[in-house]
Design a protein around this ligand. Structure first.
Ligand SMILES: [Zn+2]
Length: 293
């Protein structure tokens, strides 16, 4: 039933969009972090003994798709992502959609991800200690992917649940309107300083040895993207469209689980160009970006 167990911590893989891996905390107060993996397993655990607490690492739709099954549980999320759970439009706003994309998103999130507006019972903050019985967990606020993204540190079990700072080869995602490259890098640095045996993530392999090198390698992808972008701009001024077509992050245009990756490519390249502008390495004029020599 579980893909990893350490004491009360039990890990359920199932992380292909619009799903993600889940963590089950099997203690006096039973809890799920990101109930979006295997529906049957999550339901069976609730039948065996009701789930008391439902935690979301952040507000993305692939992390809450089975929340609706646990309407009696207490619902805890970080205060900065709480608006995404209270109002579907706040979630859709993150993707900066055109009016027709907004309709598509609303239908997809409501019908395929079972969105139900929900007011959190507890707003998590960095450093909070969560107590489930004998199990204790520290909330590590790790903004960047979303403003309220959190990791969860279980010091006794020496486990760190890093959620969507997911250590996949492709590197981190920071393509939402409110995503931030700098915050992502700072959050990763913070996670790398936490001494644990195991990292659990929401996508990809899910279970990693707690070696900070895994986090450093993942963060290095961000710098590699920037280097490739600088190399491309060295050729002469480029528009965002031309930069996107270069496929620095995801390669040639393609879709993944029905999602057009060029949308993410464009959003993330825009973040990189803005970051380079803040660092005064790039200048933008009439929609064209050029290197400042
Ligand atoms: Zn996410």
């Amino acid at each position: 039933m579980f893909d990893f167990e350490r004491g009360p911590l039990k890990f359920i893989r199932g992380g292909k969009y619009p799903h993600c891996h889940s963590l089950f905390i099997d203690d006096a107060r039973r809890a799920f972090v990101d109930a979006a993996s295997e529906k049957d397993i999550l339901k069976a655990l609730d039948r065996e003994n009701p789930i008391h607490i439902l935690i979301n690492s952040h507000g993305h739709e692939d992390h809450f798709i089975y929340n609706y099954l646990f309407s009696k549980a207490q619902f805890w999320v970080h205060e900065s992502d709480a608006p995404m759970f209270r109002d579907i439009d706040k979630l859709i706003d993150c993707y900066d959609p055109t009016p027709s994309e907004r309709n598509h998103w609303r239908k997809f999130i409501a019908e395929s991800c079972y969105y139900e507006a929900r007011n959190p019972d507890r707003l998590l903050k960095d450093g909070n200690e969560l107590i489930f019985g004998t199990t204790r967990c520290r909330v590590i606020h790790t903004p960047g992917h979303t403003p309220g993204h959190c990791a969860f540190h279980f010091p006794e079990e020496r486990v760190l649940f890093t959620a969507d700072l997911d250590l996949v080869k492709a590197g981190p995602y920071y393509g939402d309107v409110d995503s931030s490259i700098e915050d992502t890098l700072n959050s990763l640095e913070r996670l790398a300083s936490i001494d644990v045996d195991v990292y659990l993530t929401c996508h990809g392999r899910g279970i990693h040895e707690g070696n900070p090198e895994h986090i450093h390698r993942y963060a290095a992808v961000v710098h590699e993207r920037e280097e490739k972008l600088l190399e491309f701009l060295a050729d002469g001024p480029k528009t965002l469209e031309t930069v996107t077509a270069q496929g620095i992050i995801y390669g040639p245009p393609r879709s993944l689980s029905g999602w057009d990756l060029s949308v993410s490519e464009s959003a993330m390249m825009k973040k990189h160009l803005e970051w380079l502008e803040r660092k005064e390495m790039v200048n933008s004029e009439n929609g064209c970006f050029s290197l400042i020599s």
